[in-house]
Design a protein around this ligand. Structure first.
Ligand code: GRF
Length: 204
């Protein structure tokens, strides 16, 4: 199975996947970031689908088309989003239906969105956590595969709490992906295609 990891940030979760021995065939990023350096240092092919436009006229569908093309060209079977900073359009989830997963630093459906840790702190909850789920066109939605609770402690800042959550994500996410690879499915009804290493050209 060929796994792609999509990231935009420091890439510490990507690093935990590499340390966990997952078969990562491609790292795809949308900007210069720590994740691409981690990929390069590990000898994993990296693709940049650069996003330069952060305005309201950003062409999300064009960005999505480039991402889908890069993943397709690399014969990717399973896509693990690990802090990818651009919301993708519906074409992504049509092309790879049920084969895109994500890790989110909150107990979904609570605290969706990019500021999940900040929002949990602002809400005054005593516990938050992380969620691995199937990604769909609706942001931070889709079937939940695994969740772990993390306590909010007195004196927590957003950075301290996020790091405590990421300690858990670095264990949970690689394990969920390893289980998917072993089962050959994300959800029971979604069977992943077997990648063919060689092609004979087939028949017409
Ligand atoms: C993680 O908390 C993930 O849940 C969120 O982005 C963060 C990525 O962390 N979507 P890192 O860049 O791998 O350290």
């Amino acid at each position: 199975m060929r796994v792609a990891v999509m990231a935009s940030g420091t890439g510490t979760i990507l690093n935990s996947m590499i340390d966990g021995g997952l078969p990562i065939a491609l790292v795809l990023v949308d900007r210069a970031c720590g994740a691409i350096e981690i990929a390069e240092n590990a000898g994993i092919p990296a693709a940049i689908v650069e996003r330069t436009d952060y305005s309201s006229t950003f062409d999300r569908d064009a960005h999505t088309a480039h991402v889908v093309a890069a993943l397709s060209e690399n014969d990717i079977d399973l896509i693990a989003m690990a802090g990818y900073g651009t919301i993708l359009g519906p074409a992504m989830f049509e092309a790879f239906e049920g084969r895109v997963i994500n890790t989110h630093p909150a107990l979904l459906p609570k605290f969706k969105g990019w500021h999940a840790v900040r929002d949990a702190l602002a809400a005054g909850v005593t516990a938050t956590g992380c969620t691995v789920h199937v990604a769909t066109a609706a942001v931070d939605d889709g079937p939940i595969l695994a969740q772990v609770e993390v306590p909010v402690l007195p004196g927590d800042t957003e950075a301290i709490l996020h790091e405590r959550i990421k300690l858990v994500e670095r264990e949970l996410y690689p394990q969920v992906i390893a289980d998917i690879i072993e089962r050959g499915t994300v959800l029971p009804e979604i069977v992943l295609p077997v990648s063919t290493e060689t092609s004979t050209g087939g028949t017409t």
